[in-house]
Design a protein around this ligand. Structure first.
Ligand SMILES: [Zn+2]
Length: 286
C-alpha cells in the first residue's frame, strides 16, 4: 500500500513530468473508482496541470482553474506514467486493472491502476481538496509535525501505538508498512499504550518517524514512478520480513495479527525478547 514516501515521490514525479502539459482527455474505465460526478471528467479536458501535491496518503493533481483530481490508491492501487499510449482507442470500461487514464497533449499521461479483485481505489474531481471526506479529517502530516504537536496528537488518542500511529485523523501519512519500521527504529512495542508513553519514548518515536519517512522519501526521489514499489521493499527492516533476521540484532522477525491485517516486529529490539501474543489466535484456542 502506498504511504507518505511513495505518494510524495509520485507527486514529485508528476511535478517534474506533467506540470505545464494540457489534458487531452480523461477516460474512466472503473466507474466505481470515481466518487464524484460534478464536475464531470470532461471538465478537465484542455486544462493544464499546474501542480501535484500530497495530503497524507492522498495524491492531488491540480489543474488550472482550481480543479483537483484527488486520489487514494488504497492497498493495491498505483499510478503509472506512460511516455506514450499504445493506441488512441478508448479504454473499455470494466476490463483490466486500469481505473482511470489521463492523456496529456504531448502523447504521454498516466494510468491509475488497481490490482486484484477488491476495488478500493478512490478518485475525486473537486474544486477544493477539503471536499474529499478523507482529506477533510486528516490530522497533521507525520513528516512535518514538530515534537510538541506529535506528542500532543499521540496522547490525544488512547490505544495501542501501532493503531494510533496509523490513524489518519491523529497524524497522516503513515500506514501499516512504515509504522512497523518506525516502531522498530524507536525500539517500541507495537502494543504499547499511547497515554503511558514517557516524554523520552515520545521524543524517540518522533525522531524515528522523521528518520524512517525522510529516508524513504530520499530513496524514492528521482526514481521513476514504476520503480518505486521495489525501492520501498528494499529499504524495509521488519515489515513483510517475517522469519528473516533483524538487520539490527539478528533475532528473527516475528508476525502477529493486528486489526484486519498483521504486523511485523523484532522481539529483541522491541519487546524485551518476548514474543507478542496473537490475540485472535488465543481467542480461538480458548
Ligand atoms: Zn532486532
Amino acid at each position: 500500500m502506498p504511504e507518505l514516501p511513495e505518494v510524495e515521490a509520485l507527486a514529485g514525479y508528476l511535478r517534474e513530468r506533467a506540470v505545464g502539459r494540457r489534458v487531452d482527455r480523461v477516460e474512466v474505465a472503473a466507474i466505481n473508482a470515481l466518487k464524484t460526478y460534478d464536475p464531470a471528467p470532461t471538465a478537465v479536458s484542455g486544462r493544464a496541470v499546474v501542480d501535484a501535491r500530497r495530503h497524507g496518503k492522498f495524491l492531488d493533481v491540480i489543474f488550472d482553474g482550481d480543479l483537483h483530481l484527488v486520489v487514494h490508491l488504497a492497498r493495491a492501487g498505483w499510478l503509472h506514467y506512460r511516455e506514450a499510449f499504445p493506441a488512441t482507442t478508448p479504454l473499455r470500461p470494466g476490463k483490466g486493472p486500469i481505473a482511470l487514464r489521463v492523456r496529456l497533449d504531448d502523447g504521454s499521461g498516466f494510468d491509475l491502476t488497481e490490482a486484484g479483485t477488491q476495488k478500493k481505489l478512490a478518485a475525486y474531481l473537486v474544486t477544493d481538496p477539503a471536499q474529499v471526506p478523507g482529506v477533510a479529517k486528516l490530522g497533521p502530516d507525520a513528516l512535518d509535525a514538530d515534537l510538541a504537536t506529535f506528542a500532543e496528537r499521540l496522547r490525544s488518542r488512547r490505544g495501542q501505538v501501532k493503531g494510533v500511529l496509523t490513524d489518519q485523523a491523529v497524524l497522516c501519512g503513515v500506514g501499516n508498512a512504515y509504522s512497523d519500521e518506525i516502531l522498530h527504529a524507536a525500539k517500541l512495542s507495537p502494543f504499547a499504550i499511547t497515554d503511558r508513553l514517557t516524554d523520552d519514548q515520545l521524543a524517540t518515536l518522533h525522531a524515528a518517524t522523521r528518520t524512517v519517512l525522510g529516508d524513504a522519501v530520499r530513496r524514492s526521489a528521482g526514481h521513476r514512478a514504476a520503480e518505486l514499489k521495489g525501492e520501498k521493499r528494499s529499504g524495509l527492516k521488519v515489515h513483510a520480513r517475517t522469519g528473516l533476521p533483524c538487520p539490527v540484532c539478528g533475532d528473527t522477525v516475528r508476525e502477529v495479527s493486528f486489526a484486519d491485517s498483521s504486523l511485523q516486529y523484532c522481539p529483541t529490539c522491541q519487546t524485551g525478547g518476548k514474543p507478542l501474543a496473537d490475540r485472535r489466535l488465543s481467542r480461538l484456542v480458548r
